[in-house]
Design a protein around this ligand. Structure first.
Ligand SMILES: [Zn+2]
Length: 275
């Protein structure tokens, strides 16, 4: 783990990169944005988290770091000890954590809940959606810190790195750390994860549904070894991809509202998926 303090005074803002070692976009953003020594109006703590996994180009070395928060200083696993150190470093800070994904090409945010922090920051980010992890936040940093996580684009692409640079600058402007104008707030839809969409062991997986686009009842949304999975009820796919996770395609979500505007009312029949 690498920790750097930038600007004058005790940081209230945290920037976190490389929680997953095979998602280098955050490191690129940190290097690009801070190498120019920008004039910071609020001090910032920069944490490059899993340097060991980053060096090997793997998601993690022993356990998925973003499933073992708040961590344990005496744990056997490297990531569990690391999670504890990161939790200590970020205590009390408003934090921005950058990831990339296999599920969706454009940026979106992941938060524990669409609270005041999300409301203050997310409408100023170039994102398609805000995802509330809510019941699925166990072991994730969003459960234990004041953090906005962003998925910056497809893992390993140059675009994810470019997006990460832009998003980090937008975040720093939104919280008043960079002097640049934060622009006008944009309306952004909020999706809440309602259930995990599991996949049985197989050789081949496919996902037909597009993330954040409503799947209707009766619509085939994925396939396992060529066998189609049909939606029992309407839902919104979130973080869904054929091979992004070991045991699940991703999540079924519901559209619960928006930030930067007034609430959306969804018909209750759209609120859950039980396939
Ligand atoms: Zn990640």
């Amino acid at each position: 783990m690498r920790v750097e303090q930038l600007g004058e005074g005790d940081p209230e803002i945290g920037v976190l990169a490389a929680v997953h070692g095979d998602e280098p976009c955050g490191v690129r953003a940190v290097e690009t944005v801070f190498s120019g020594e920008p004039e910071l109006q609020r001090p910032v703590k920069v944490v490059v988290a899993n340097e060991r996994a980053l060096a090997r180009g793997v998601r993690y070395t022993e356990e998925d770091l973003n499933r073992v928060f708040p961590g344990d200083p005496d744990a056997d696993s490297y990531e569990r000890r690391l999670a504890h150190r990161i939790s200590q470093e970020l205590r009390g800070l408003t934090t921005f954590s950058m990831h990339s994904t296999q599920s969706y090409g454009r940026p979106f945010a992941v938060v524990g809940s669409a609270d005041a922090l999300a409301e203050a920051v997310c409408p100023y980010l170039s994102i398609d959606a805000v995802v509330e992890a809510t019941e699925f936040s166990e072991g994730r940093l969003v459960e234990y810190a004041d953090v906005i996580e962003v998925e910056c684009g497809l893992q390993g692409t140059a675009r994810a790195g470019e997006n990460a640079v832009a998003l980090l600058e937008e975040f720093l402007s939104a919280v008043g750390a960079l002097p640049s104008d934060r622009g006008d707030p944009e309306e952004v839809p909020v999706f809440r994860l309602s259930r995990m969409v599991t996949k049985r062991p197989a050789d081949e997986y496919a996902v037909f549904a597009a993330n954040f686009e409503r799947v209707s009842a009766g619509e085939p949304f994925a396939a396992v070894d060529g066998e189609k999975l049909i939606a029992d009820e309407p839902f919104y796919p979130v973080l869904m991809s054929p091979y992004g996770y070991e045991n699940e395609f991703g999540y079924a979500g519901e559209l619960t509202g928006k930030l930067g505007g007034s609430p959306v009312n969804e018909p209750s029949s759209n609120r859950s998926y039980s396939g």
